[in-house]
Write a protein that binds this ligand. Structure first.
Ligand code: ADP
Length: 319
């Protein structure tokens, strides 16, 4: 393979830049040319390409977001869109492509691979909601941001004897809520993976109050979606002043943590090694902490386990 491209697609995640750096430098080290595609699959359809050299990825490993920008691209869901993207690749001598994103982006990568443009997916999302991998790039940074923010909320909750209801991201998954929840000492973690009733939450708070607790942190996963209502109910039923905070997009930003930079460097490197061997239609990730790769269709069918034991631990030690 003489020339490959890289694009970032779907939601941005800290560490995407570190993947771009790793892919560009690995490709150059192996004697390949690399181009960056601007704004995900849109750039592939419109031919929005930038040549990349070793220096073009200097000074980005520590930056959040993605220097190539990212986007959602409705046109790429249809065959005409994929055909246009293929045409851009052929006209520009692009034989392989690294796609950094989530499940949706991997479906696009499979469509392109089926048309002969070999594509390899790298999981980049703060939500860690990709089944084929234990870890997705951006997850650690996002969770550390949550911890930093909730620690600040705790200061004010503590000063006013309040209950702070914090909604964290995760799309439909509760992984950020669970791990960040245990790390901030949440009184209760509400996710859709673990059954709960508002009565459970209220009883836990009342039991804590009886035990001498003055302030409470309730972490709510985004998928639950009614943090204001939850705060209102807590206040009504416990008499403790409760405030809801939706952390929102702050969780996507910031300088990637060590873990995200290392994971990004490993996965980007491995993706290029696959392309170098002429292997496409794969997605790379971690299993038992080792870098592995799967067929994209197989990967999309996999199911992920929720860390139930961790949830139990969080519950048991939060009284
Ligand atoms: P993520 O990659 O984070 O899951 P999306 O689901 O928004 O994010 O997908 C990102 C992009 O991938 C979409 O805007 C679209 O261009 C492409 N995509 C998503 N689903 C498909 C599909 N079924 N077939 C082809 N391309 C798709």
């Amino acid at each position: 393979m003489k020339k490959i491209a890289i694009l970032t697609s779907g939601g941005d995640a800290p560490g995407m830049n570190a993947v771009i750096r790793s892919v560009v430098r690995t490709a150059i080290a192996r004697g390949m040319e690399v181009v960056g595609v601007v704004r995900g699959y849109n750039g592939l359809i419109n031919g929005d390409l930038i040549p990349m050299d070793a220096r073009s990825v200097s000074d980005i490993i520590q930056r959040g977001g993605t220097m190539l920008c990212t986007a959602r691209c409705a046109e790429f869901r249809y065959d005409e869109g994929v055909e246009k993207a293929k045409k851009t690749c052929i006209e520009n001598g692009i034989e392989g492509l690294v796609v950094v994103g989530g499940d949706g982006s991997f479906r696009g990568a499979a469509d392109l691979s089926a048309k002969g443009i070999l594509a390899v997916g790298v999981p980049g999302t703060i939500d860690n909601d990709i089944s084929m991998t234990e870890y997705t790039i951006g997850y650690d940074t996002a969770m550390n941001t949550v911890v930093e923010m909730v620690d600040k909320l705790r200061d004010t909750a503590q000063s006013h004897d309040r209950c702070s209801v914090v909604e964290v991201m995760g799309r439909n998954a509760g992984y950020i809520a669970l791990n960040a929840g245990i790390a901030v000492g949440a009184t209760y973690i509400i996710t859709k993976e673990e059954p709960y009733t508002m009565n459970d939450v209220i009883q836990k708070i009342l039991a804590g109050k009886k035990n001498g607790k003055h302030h409470f942190i309730i972490v709510v996963a985004e998928g639950i979606g009614n943090s204001e209502q939850i705060a209102k109910e807590i206040e009504q039923e416990t008499g403790i002043e409760a405030r809801a905070t939706i952390l929102g997009h702050v969780q996507r930003g910031g300088s990637p943590t060590l873990r995200d930079r290392v994971a990004a460097s490993q996965l980007g490197h491995y993706a290029v090694e696959l392309l170098e061997k002429g292997i496409g239609n794969r997605v790379v990730g971690f299993k038992d902490n080792q870098v592995v790769d799967y067929d994209i269709q197989e990967a999309l069918k996999m199911k992920k386990q929720f860390e139930h034991k961790l949830y139990e631990i969080a519950n048991e030690i939060s009284f």
